[in-house]
Design a protein around this ligand. Structure first.
Ligand code: ACO
Length: 439
């Protein structure tokens, strides 16, 4: 069912490493899109040296057949399909299955998975009671991570996913329930009654129903919002070895179950330099709008290293010409926002910030462009998603990628527990002193 990893080709020319008077040949491998990597897996055994690469900017942690990015050319493909091709009517569930199965789903595969999503949307009543223990002010990302982890308690039969059928059930449970958990977290924060999933509704309308319906008033999801939300989730669905996905793989490499590994992914995504940036973008735009600062003043501050301020939603570790997701989302924002809210001053500020930054040598020289978070928050806000739920929306979108990467890792021959080394720079050996002898 799933595509096997095609083994990388060994390049004819190994790399030569010269250390002192010795030289070592290191194999060079080549991926299917021609990118090359020096295989250093035997480096320490052969030379006694390790490599040092803070932030892993030059380190390939795995071989993967799921997502391809060429940051210089602004290319992003899921299982070979360019991201732009999903912008015209693909559904999030179709793309989730593409990532997980390795191919676009047949009608039968899609229908079977959709049925499972409907069947699994309900939370165990015991799980529902857990929400009561969280303070109303609890960050939804903390609740999301805790509740995904607690799914391990309710489905221990899914700890060991021996075969693909079981894996697909675990994937459907996670992808379905994450919506219910997210919506319940929101409703708990508002102190309003939980709304059960409606089996008649598709993935996105069902989520928005659980978020916004009232017992006396059913939320109706328009076609425009359905399309925009599907697209946002699709654009977030995978992004190869980013911080949260690497976390999922790191945790999964110890043998931890799928739920525990994805819960860890949520925590990694929460940070403001990763998924949390979509919240920071909105706060930045709002601050400018409230008149505390002009866009020009903000950009000036973001260039000042002493200020510790960054232009949020700008820059990316991998993209060095443009982020294709940001380009798509900008168009969606321009189409959707006027239809839903008329004019939005925050969209105008975002446009202005982009104009200023993109003609400023500081940003040009450092290849800093809008990333996926720059426009996603404006769209989510227009749909009515509260700002503190933005990163939760990112998590819902990223879940299929985490699931696919976790499974791929567990089925790649030679996978070992992830365990980086370090260069120790602390004290040399010294003696313990009893309390009365310390200065
Ligand atoms: N505003 C101002 N300066 C920036 C910004 C920014 N948004 N991003 C990078 N820079 C500057 C850095 O100060 C640094 O300058 P220097 O060379 O003079 O020291 C240079 O550009 C390189 O930046 P790094 O932090 O080394 O780049 P890195 O690849 O480690 O970080 C990151 C990438 C975290 C995305 C960074 O660009 C950033 O903080 N952006 C803002 C936060 C953000 O939008 N995060 C979302 C990323 S997308 C995602 O995770 C979904």
């Amino acid at each position: 069912m799933r595509q096997p990893l095609s083994s990388p080709t060994r390049s004819h020319e190994p790399a030569t490493l010269i250390l002192g008077d010795k030289s070592y040949l290191l194999p060079v491998i080549e991926g299917s899109e021609g990118e090359r990597a020096i295989d250093i897996s035997k480096l320490r055994d052969q030379t006694g040296h390790i490599t040092l690469d803070q932030g892993y900017g030059n380190t390939g942690s795995c071989e993967s057949a799921i997502t391809f990015i060429d940051g210089e050319k602004g290319i992003l493909r899921y299982r070979g399909i360019p991201i732009e091709q999903f912008a015209h009517g693909a559904t999030f569930i179709e793309v989730a299955l593409l990532l997980i199965l390795g191919h676009l789903p047949t009608d039968a595969e899609y229908d079977a998975f959709s049925k499972d999503l409907t069947r699994f949307a309900y939370l165990d009543e015991g799980m529902k009671h857990q929400f009561e223990g969280f303070p109303r002010t609890a960050p939804p990302m903390a609740i999301l991570s805790a509740m995904i982890n607690s799914m391990s308690c309710f489905h221990p039969e899914l700890y060991e996913l021996e075969d693909e059928a079981q894996f697909l059930i675990a994937a459907a449970r996670l992808i379905s329930k994450v919506r219910s958990i997210a919506a319940y977290a929101y409703r708990h924060s508002r102190g309003v009654p939980y709304i059960y999933p409606d089996p008649k509704l598709r993935y996105v309308p069902n989520f928005l129903h659980m978020m916004f319906s009232q017992p006396y008033d059913q939320y109706v999801c328009s076609d425009l919002i359905n399309r925009a939300m599907n697209l946002i989730l699709i654009l977030h669905a995978d992004h190869e070895q980013n911080c949260s996905t690497s976390t999922v793989r790191m945790v999964g490499s110890s043998g931890a179950n799928l739920f525990a590994s994805c819960a860890a992914g949520v925590c990694a995504l929460w940070g403001p330099l990763h998924g949390g940036a979509n919240v920071e973008v909105l706060e930045m735009l709002d601050k400018i709008h409230q008149g505390n600062m002009t866009p020009e003043e903000y950009v000036k501050l973001a260039k000042d290293k002493d200020s510790k301020v960054r232009l949020m939603g700008f820059g990316h570790r991998v993209y060095k010409s443009f982020d294709p997701r940001a380009q798509i989302l900008q168009k969606v924002a321009e189409e959707l926002v006027p239809q839903l809210c008329g004019s939005d001053p925050l969209l105008e500020i975002a446009r202005r910030l982009e104009d200023i930054a993109r003609s400023d040598p500081y940003f040009i020289d450092r290849n800093l462009y809008p990333n996926v978070d720059f426009y996603s928050g404006i769209i989510l806000r227009a749909i009515g998603i509260p700002v503190n739920m933005f990163t939760v929306m990112f998590s819902i979108g990223r879940l299929p990628g985490w699931i696919a990467q976790w499974w791929e890792q567990n089925h790649t021959p030679g996978t070992r527990i992830a365990r980086p080394r370090q260069v120790y720079v602390g004290n040399r050996q010294k003696d313990y002193l009893p309390k009365d002898q310390r200065g």
